[in-house]
Write a protein that binds this ligand. Structure first.
Ligand code: HEC
Length: 153
């Protein structure tokens, strides 16, 4: 009897562990008709993500303007504002819905902004910083091509 309980506990533990693992990798997703992976989240979570996205677009705009002026101090400030330290997507319930590839891309993007800020502080030229910005924009477009956000309760 005790053995059977132990076995049931082990099986339940395994099911939970595998379930959490699958959730960690896939998040809460389904295939969308346009071929992208739809991430399912509440309307409030979607608003939260979109607000951050619009902040990213403003940062890219500010970096481009600073590059046009050759002002690398401004480039560093605008990039730093979107770095790892400022990443806002930390709500645990939302994080669990994001697939691993999405989280990885988001982390690479925020890390790239930190690297851009450091490079600007170390004296990289506007042309070199612009090359970094293009690599960052590639991350935006890769993610937008692969994922979309659909509302589901
Ligand atoms: C890790 C994935 C990911 C990265 C990286 C990413 N985005 Fe997004 N973004 C999304 C998704 C998903 C949507 C929703 C698209 C949809 O539902 O069609 C979105 C939507 C947006 C929107 C629309 C917001 C609104 O209010 O409608 C803007 C603007 C945007 N992103 C800008 C950017 C910019 C600029 C970058 C790069 C600096 C970027 N994003 C990087 C995933 C990403």
């Amino acid at each position: 009897m005790r053995n059977r309980l132990g076995l049931i506990a082990l099986v339940l533990w395994l099911v939970t562990a595998v379930g959490l693992g699958v959730l960690f990798v896939h998040g809460r997703t389904e295939k969308a008709p346009d071929g992208r992976t739809a991430i399912l989240m509440s309307a409030a979570e979607r608003d939260f993500v979109f607000t951050e996205m619009r902040g990213l677009l403003v940062a890219v705009r500010d970096i481009t303007a600073a590059l046009a002026e050759g002002d690398t101090v401004k480039v560093a400030a605008a990039a730093k504002a979107m770095g790892m330290g400022e990443a806002h997507d930390r709500a645990p319930a939302l994080l669990a819905k994001l697939p691993l590839d999405f989280k990885r891309l988001a982390m690479t993007l925020h890390g790239g902004f930190d690297e851009m800020a450091e490079a600007a502080a170390k004296g990289e030229t506007p042309a070199q910083l612009n090359t970094r910005l293009i690599a960052q924009l590639d991350r935006c477009t890769v993610c937008h091509a692969g994922f979309r956000i659909d509302v589901a309760q």
